[in-house]
Design a protein around this ligand. Structure first.
Ligand SMILES: Cc1ncc(COP(=O)(O)O)c(C=O)c1O
Length: 407
């Protein structure tokens, strides 16, 4: 891609990723991105300096505190939230279970919640299981199987007077679909329901903005945006103060600590901050606060990924032996496809032989792939682009998919 104002200097930024030296085309970003040296360095540095647990009166404890504060501020910048409302934890799934348990304590039999079949199971099953334990009805938003869209209009029928929660994804990790979250959230808020947005897949591709999404909770996972394996849920501190999660008696009852069980991975929190700094620095000529630089960088990322993805998407759709699932109007640079006469696992193995990392299966989008009917035949193959992918690499993917033949 070309460089210049508002463009990514992809050659420069590829040099930041030691893992790219393996020569593979990493089209597996939706399952976890590569990590730049700055992030690995930040984690290593934190492990080399004296760090104790939080709450002590000596410098090593102060350093631990600073790493927590730094990671909260970074995630707040990433999602447009307040750092006092950033709950950090092992991963999005674990945090969502904790939030579901806490929220379910506020539900009553006869209430209802709305989940969607577009979502990753981590934004479905915790809600469904907790609803069952309380006697709360679960209502399902359906996907248009032709387009892969999640129509917002259906929520008018799904949301009612007793709806307590709407859980919806900001982007499908399988089809890339970006639903009208703001439109859905407005309908939820009209009856006083809370909105839990899974932004795990969206985060590396678009600038998240908690307020304009209309989200009461935004969940992200740093390993999807060049960081370490740490999850976060961002909410309004007042809302968190109203919830009672499971916690140990001596641990802090303050917000957001109340939701964070056990001793945190301080060294990984150093990596979380470095990963947000990495994203904010992608557009070299961006200036201003980290949030402002993120805005410029994510716009440049979207242009770069969008150009490459359009080429990939059109090329695959033109191949007679390939079926790309759905055709969402607004999407991340992610698609899933099947190949006539070949199991997805075989396709992924052929692509791996051609030096391309691609996932096969259902990607935990279990409800979606059941609805699409592809799970019985092994799901699909997924390709997802990141800011470090190049036109050359997309050319390699297209050639490799074109050469696929059933054996
Ligand atoms: C869209 C989406 N939501 C949630 C998750 C679960 O995230 P975690 O691995 O942090 O639990 C994933 C992981 O792949 C995902 O892609």
């Amino acid at each position: 891609m070309s460089t210049g104002a508002g463009r990514l200097d992809v050659a420069r930024l590829r040099g930041l990723f030691p893992a790219l030296a393996d020569g593979y085309v990493h089209a597996d970003g939706p399952a976890g991105s590569l990590v730049p040296e700055t992030v690995a360095h930040a984690v290593g540095t934190a492990m080399r300096m004296p760090i104790a647990n939080r709450g002590g009166v000596f410098p090593a404890s102060g350093r631990a505190e600073a790493l927590v504060t730094g990671a909260r501020a970074a995630v707040a910048d990433l999602v447009g939230g307040r750092s006092g409302g950033v709950v950090l934890g092992a991963n999005m799934t674990t945090l969502t279970y904790a939030m579901a348990r806490a929220l379910a304590r506020t539900w009553r039999p006869g209430d209802d919640i709305v989940v969607s079949r577009l979502d990753h199971d981590a934004n479905v099953r915790p809600w469904v299981q907790l609803a069952a334990s309380v006697g709360v009805e679960v209502r399902w938003a359906e996907v248009d199987i032709e387009t892969g869209e999640l129509p917002a209009w259906q929520y008018a029928d799904l949301i009612g007077r007793r709806t307590r929660l709407v859980a919806v994804t900001a982007a499908s990790n399988a089809l890339g679909t970006r639903p009208d979250v703001a439109g859905i959230a407005a309908q939820a808020h009209a009856v006083g329901a809370l909105v839990y947005v899974d932004a795990v897949h969206a985060a590396p591709h678009v600038l998240l903005d908690k307020r304009s999404l209309g989200a009461d909770f935004v969940a992200v996972s740093a390993y999807k945006w060049c960081g370490p394996h740490v999850g976060a849920v961002v909410a309004d501190p007042d809302l968190l103060g109203y919830l009672r999660p499971d916690k140990l008696v001596p641990s802090s009852d303050k917000v957001p600590e109340r939701f964070e069980t056990g001793t945190p991975p301080f060294e990984l929190y150093a990596g979380v901050s470095a990963a947000v700094d990495h994203l904010a620095g992608l557009c070299g000529d961006a200036v201003g606060t980290r949030r402002e630089r993120l805005r410029a960088s994510m716009a440049a990322v979207a242009r770069h990924e969008g150009d490459l993805f359009e080429w990939l998407d059109q090329a695959l759709r033109a191949m007679r032996h390939v079926q790309v699932l759905g055709r969402p109007e607004r999407s991340t640079p992610t698609l899933s496809f099947t190949v006539a006469g070949m199991r997805p696992r075989q396709v992924a193995a052929e692509l791996a032989r051609a030096g391309i990392c691609a996932w096969d299966g259902d990607f935990y989008a279990r409800e979606l792939f059941d609805a699409l009917g592809v799970n019985e035949t092994g799901g699909a193959v997924r390709l997802g682009l990141m800011h470090y992918n190049t036109a050359d690499e997309v050319g390699r993917i297209i050639d490799a998919v074109a050469a696929l033949r059933p054996r």
